[in-house]
Write a protein of this length. Structure first.
Length: 65
């Protein structure tokens, strides 16, 4: 779980742009109903990504895709 959160934080830091530009990040996860993806799903639903000026799309795919 720690490595996943580190990856999300790193991805957000890499795409960080000035306030006037809109960044878009697509994160593919292996099933949004799994507990391991709860932090990312909560951050999306609570608007934390938008508050930082980053548009994040969480795509749920079958494992191994």
């Amino acid at each position: 779980m720690r490595s996943f959160l580190s990856a999300v934080a790193l991805a957000a830091a890499v795409v960080a742009t000035p306030a006037f530009a809109q960044a878009r990040l697509v994160v593919t996860i292996g099933g949004s109903d799994k507990i391991v993806y709860l932090p990312a799903k909560l951050a999306e639903r609570l608007g934390y990504f938008q508050a930082q000026g980053v548009e994040v799309e969480l795509r749920s795919e079958a494992a191994g895709v």
